[in-house]
Structures are given as structure tokens and as C-alpha cells.
Design a protein around this ligand. Structure first.
Ligand code: TXA
Ligand code: MG
Length: 319
């Protein structure tokens, strides 16, 4: 059930969380499916509802840097610098997990943590007093939700969805491992590499992250973020041989990239990567709703600014 995030809505959400069940809530990136991070029963409910593979660990959301430090066995100086600059915000840090805490998924000795920049998320964290594990609130492998309605449609069994409107970033947080000497990018996301390098200097960018190919890190399955329709990436949407493609065909392009008649559905996004990312999942949801069988997607430029968008699109296109 979708509810307003007023005092009564938050009270009901806290009640559900305290009973070891789950609540969906808005963040600045995408909606999360939240549960008490160190309750085995609550976390089990997340995996069950999402149909998420049990090895894939979850991000723990907290309200402050000090709450994040409490989850860590070791809190590197670099984590402090990054947190001071980017929290609350769309950066997830992987640190060594405090030994007294249970592990989540197959993350043996680490924990991923972030402070979300969304007023409703922060109120929920403060009112519940709990660290909340929260993956994106969608069925495993499908498109992440950027509105409360997306959540309710993907996960109709979630007892409560706090409605915070559309998410401003619309794409997941950047995940950075700071357990080693050089910070390692695990998932490109909302926070760009240029901003990160301002603080970290060098940054390890594993090749498989850079090109969106399969990778061994948890959660990075090749097919992910996928709509129902088949996604086909192309360099020119007007010039594609459509004979082998299932009809109807929809098109996802961006300004200046050519409109390429979709017939059933054409989505023209911004040519600016942040704005494009903010609309991407909503556009894929709309194309699915329009009933297209194939989505022709104009490939964005091969520049670093587009890294997160290209990562999500290549996963959506994977078979
Ligand atoms: O923006 C976001 O990060 C959203 C909102 C709700 O905060 N959450 C999100 O969670 O995208 P999820 O579960 O869809 O993605 C979490 C990613 C996965 O790729 C997972 O493998 C990785 O973070 N992760 C979680 N814990 C980890 C750990 N200890 N070590 C390495 N990767 C980890
Ligand atoms: Mg997800």
C-alpha cells in the first residue's frame, strides 16, 4: 500500500520495521526495500520478495557518518574524507565489517554503507533508530523503481510504500571499495568519477566495470536492470535492419541523436548524462507499459560522463 510520508506514514513504517518486516522508501537515487539490517528474519524477507540470489549482499543505510563508523571494524581516513564531501548522497562505501555484526549475503568481512540524501529516508532512519539494509525495490534483475507506483507494481506484496515522489537522480549510487590502498570502483553510479577523483586522487577502475562486461564481484550479474522487452543497442536508430526484431519496436534515443520512428513508443531523453539518467528507468517502464517487444536504444557517447548509463544499458541488453 502506498502512503504519504507524513508523521502517521512514518509511524506505520517504523512499526513494520520493528516487527522485522519490510518497507519501501524513497532515496535520492531509486526506491529502496528496507529492513533492519541485522535481523535475519527481516533481511530474509527482502531476499524472498525480490527473488534475489542469497549471495548478493545489500547496502546498509544509516543517518550519519558516526552510525556508519559503528558498522565498520576499520574506518579509513579516506572514508572520512569521502563521507565529509559526499554524504548524505549517492556514494556507497565498502569497508571492513565490525566483527560483532553478522554478514549480509556473501560479503564475508565487509559491509556496504551509505547515508541517503532524501528527507523521507533520513526521517525513517531517525525514527526507527535502525540501520536499514535496502536494495532497489524491484524484482531481481528488472528495472529499478524511481516512483512509488513502480515499486507497487514490481513488488505488490510489500506491506507499505512511502511515497516521496520521483527520485531526483534516478540511477543507483556509485559503489566504491575503500578497504585497500587504492579505492576500487565496484559499480558506476550517480556520483561521477571526476568528483570522486577530486578526493581520492587515483581510482582503480577494473576493466570489466569500465566496459560493462561480466564481472565476479557480488551482484554484478551480466543481465540486470532489464525491461520486459528485448533491448538492442545501436549506433543509429534510423539505420537498423529490423527484419529480425520482434514487433512492435520502440525507440529510446536522446536529443540530437535522431528520432527514428518507434511507432508504438519513442522516448527522447536529454543529451546531458545526469538528466538522461534521471529519466532512463521511467522511460523503460513507459516503453514496457506501451507493450513494445523490442526497444532500439541509441548508444550514448563512449565518454566517462556516460559510464553509469552505459553500464545499465549494456546490462539491460545482455541476454
Ligand atoms: O542507490 C542505491 O545504491 C540503491 C538505494 C536504494 O540506496 N540501492 C541499491 O542496492 O542499488 P542494490 O542491492 O540494488 O545494489 C547494491 C550493490 C550490489 O551490486 C551489491 O553487490 C553491492 O552493492 N554490494 C553490497 N554489499 C557489498 C559488499 N559488502 N561488497 C561489495 N559489494 C557490495
Ligand atoms: Mg538493484
Amino acid at each position: 500500500m502506498i502512503v504519504r510520508p507524513d508523521a502517521e506514514g512514518i509511524r506505520r513504517a517504523v512499526e513494520i520495521l520493528a516487527a522485522d518486516s519490510v518497507v519501501a522508501f524513497p532515496t535520492e537515487t531509486v526506491y529502496g526495500l528496507g529492513a533492519h539490517a541485522f535481523s535475519e528474519r527481516a533481511v530474509g524477507e527482502i531476499y524472498r520478495l525480490k527473488n534475489r540470489p542469497s549471495w548478493n549482499p545489500l547496502i546498509v543505510h544509516v543517518a550519519s557518518v558516526s552510525a556508519a563508523r559503528e558498522l565498520a571494524e576499520e574506518w579509513p581516513g579516506r572514508a572520512d574524507e569521502l563521507a565529509a564531501r559526499f554524504w548524505p548522497g549517492p556514494l556507497t562505501l565498502v569497508v571492513r565489517r565490525a566483527r560483532r555484526l553478522p554478514g549480509i549475503g556473501a560479503a564475508n568481512d565487509t559491509v556496504a554503507v551509505r547515508v541517503p540524501a532524501h528527507e523521507v529516508a533520513l526521517r525513517l532512519l531517525e525514527a526507527s533508530g535502525l540501520p536499514l539494509a535496502a536494495p532497489s525495490a524491484n524484482r531481481s534483475e528488472s528495472i529499478s523503481p524511481t516512483t512509488a507506483e513502480h515499486v507497487a507494481r514490481s513488488l505488490p506484496d510489500v506491506p507499505l510504500v512511502l511515497d516521496g515522489g520521483a527520485c531526483s537522480w534516478g540511477i543507483e549510487s556509485t559503489v566504491l571499495d575503500v578497504t585497500g590502498d587504492v579505492p576500487r570502483l565496484l559499480r558506476p553510479g550517480a556520483l561521477g568519477l571526476r568528483e570522486l577523483r577530486d578526493i581520492t586522487g587515483s581510482l582503480a577502475l577494473p576493466e570489466d566495470v569500465a566496459d560493462g562486461a561480466a564481472r565476479p564481484s557480488p551482484g554484478m550479474s551480466r543481465r540486470h536492470y532489464a525491461p520486459r522487452a528485448r533491448v538492442v543497442l545501436c549506433k543509429d536508430v534510423q539505420d537498423v535492419d529490423r527484419s529480425g526484431l520482434a514487433e512492435p519496436v520502440g525507440v529510446l534515443t536522446y536529443e540530437g541523436g535522431g528520432s527514428g520512428e518507434g511507432g508504438v513508443g519513442t522516448e527522447v531523453l536529454s543529451a546531458e548524462p545526469r538528466e538522461y539518467a534521471a529519466d532512463l528507468y521511467a522511460a523503460l517502464h513507459r516503453l514496457d507499459d506501451a507493450g513494445v517487444a523490442t526497444i532500439l536504444v541509441l548508444e550514448p557517447p563512449q565518454t566517462e560522463d556516460w559510464l553509469a548509463v552505459r553500464d545499465r544499458l549494456s546490462r539491460a541488453a545482455a541476454k
